[in-house]
Design a protein around this ligand. Structure first.
Ligand SMILES: Nc1nc2c(ncn2[C@@H]2O[C@H](COP(=O)(O)OP(=O)(O)OP(=O)(O)O)[C@@H](O)[C@H]2O)c(=O)[nH]1
Ligand SMILES: [Mg+2]
Length: 351
């Protein structure tokens, strides 16, 4: 086993930080380390925290760390911010907001530095989360600003996605990216101490109800019973006891992160989703679907890397031919795929 992987498993903080950096930068022996760590992953509950800038994600994340620590769970945080460099204000701010937990050996906070190519960020986030899973995190909180495609991919990698909304920023529901809404398992209407929280809750309820109708109309398995929505609107807590079969209806919880209000109900709803995900057939189907998406992303990256290596000069020639309009890009791509197939299948490699 790679010595650094061994140290991560021994919960050495500095080695874990180094492994995270290598995974993030895709540098050094990162691939060997990740392979060695993989058999020791799969235990952590990955909790995505997303929402518009300033909604209170970091403040709420800090409160969630506190709640999970009270349950004696080991917590890791991956803060993702593609727009501000490592040294920039936002991440520094996040660190200050979470500083209550510095020095706690069972809390590990890591900011991602990677920017660059599309998909780079989500791959880094997934790899860093794996390192922290192997380190022994029970819960991994991944904070992203819900803006770009990369963040959407990160959101998809989470087991449970918390979308943080806040009143007083215009039409909150409109402002949340559609793709993120589809991923939402639990909504926190944060800053509930401000005017407009009721409107935000109502808008979200309507949106969830509409989402259910649209899903039903398009024949997908997802839908929301009127009774469940009604109960939710009346402020009823989720039924206690075992998770119920059938689709998950996104929950809405009001919070005031700055005063640590609503956090216990929030944790309860997040736990409810986890119980559904891991305890029901519908949850198992959802997990398989997510796994398939993740495999596709992984495969796409690996195939692209391999194809670029194998096809190097042919790819260049194709680019020039398309630029001179001697060939259309569709045919050019088809020919490259044919060439890749022919080159990739070597005698003895099966087929
Ligand atoms: N009134 C009120 N203010 C809050 C609440 N939660 C957070 N804030 C404040 O809102 C501001 C933004 O909070 P953050 O936690 O940094 O929000 P964020 O979503 O992480 O922001 P970015 O990471 O920059 O996108 C801070 O000044 C917080 O103190 C709340 O429940 N009520
Ligand atoms: Mg933040």
């Amino acid at each position: 086993m790679h010595p650094l992987a061994e140290k991560v498993l021994a919960r050495d903080t500095r080695a874990t930080a180094r492994a995270c950096r290598l995974a993030d930068d895709r540098a050094g022996d990162h691939a060997a380390i990740l392979k060695d760590l993989f058999p020791h992953t799969g235990r952590a509950w990955i909790l995505g925290v997303t929402g518009n800038p300033g909604a209170g994600k970091s403040t709420l994340t800090d409160r969630l760390i506190g709640a999970f620590r009270k349950q004696d769970r080991r917590v890791a945080v991956v803060a993702v911010d593609p727009t501000s460099p490592f040294t920039g204000g936002a991440i520094l701010g996040d660190r200050i907001r979470m500083q209550a937990h510095f020095g706690d050996p069972d809390v590990f906070i890591r900011s991602l530095a990677t920017r660059g190519a599309l998909g780079g960020l989500s791959r880094s986030a997934m790899d860093v989360a794996r390192v922290l899973d192997a380190w022994g995190a029970d819960v991994i909180l991944v904070e992203t600003v819900g803006v770009g495609q990369d963040e959407l991919e990160i959101t998809r990698m989470a087991h449970t996605t918390l979308v943080v909304a806040a009143p007083g920023m215009g039409d909150e529901v409109q402002a949340i990216k559609a793709g993120i809404l589809e991923c939402a398992d639990v909504f926190a209407v944060n800053k509930a101490d401000r005017d407009g929280a009721d409107t935000a809750v109502r808008d979200l309820e309507l949106m969830i109800a509409l989402g259910g109708e649209v899903a039903k109309a398009s024949g997908r398995a997802r839908g929301h019973s009127a009774a469940a929505l009604h109960a939710r609107a009346a402020g009823a807590a989720a039924p206690l006891g075992g998770p119920s079969e059938g689709p998950w209806v996104p929950a809405i919880v009001r919070t005031v992160a700055t005063r640590n209000e609503g956090v216990a109900s929030l944790v309860e709803q997040l736990e409810g989703h986890r119980a559904w995900l891991f305890g029901t057939e519908a949850g198992a189907a959802r997990r398989e679907e997510r796994l398939r998406e993740a495999m596709h992303v992984q495969l796409r990256d690996a195939l692209t890397d391999a194809a670029v290596v194998v096809l190097g000069p042919a790819l260049e020639a194709a680019v020039h031919a398309v630029a001179r309009r001697e060939i259309d890009p569709y045919t050019a791509s088809e020919r490259l795929v044919e060439a890749f197939r022919a080159g990739a299948i070597t005698p003895g490699a099966g087929a």
